[in-house]
Design a protein around this ligand. Sequence first.
Ligand SMILES: [Zn+2]
Ligand SMILES: [Zn+2]
Length: 129
Amino acid sequence: MVKRLGGCLCGKVTYSVEGMPIRVGICHCTDCRQESGSAFTYFGIWPASAFETSSGETHQYAGRQYCRSCGSRLFACDAEEAEIKLGSLQDAPTGLAPTYELWIKRREPWLPALPGAEQFDEDRTQGGN
Ligand SMILES: [Zn+2]
Ligand SMILES: [Zn+2]
């Protein structure tokens, strides 16, 4: 089974995810913009059991975990699912293509809809992403 390694910019926090993600998406919402400082976030959802942190300490804000030394945004994890910021994976490109887009009403006008990706005006479900 494929095992992907990820971590933060300074290298203190490392983690791994095993197998393929349940789903991959991008989100243009205001929270994601402000958290990332970018126009959207790119994330993959794995079962929580497939996710493991290997080293380092994270801090969190509203469930979003980041490296306390370098500030890299890394993941959010609850009992069921781990949401990984795919830009924090070691190998790029990841080969993981988003199948849906959230909060497209906040998408920058210069950015076209991703062909073939399901489009949501806001969240996918009431639970979020
Ligand atoms: Zn770091
Ligand atoms: Zn978002």
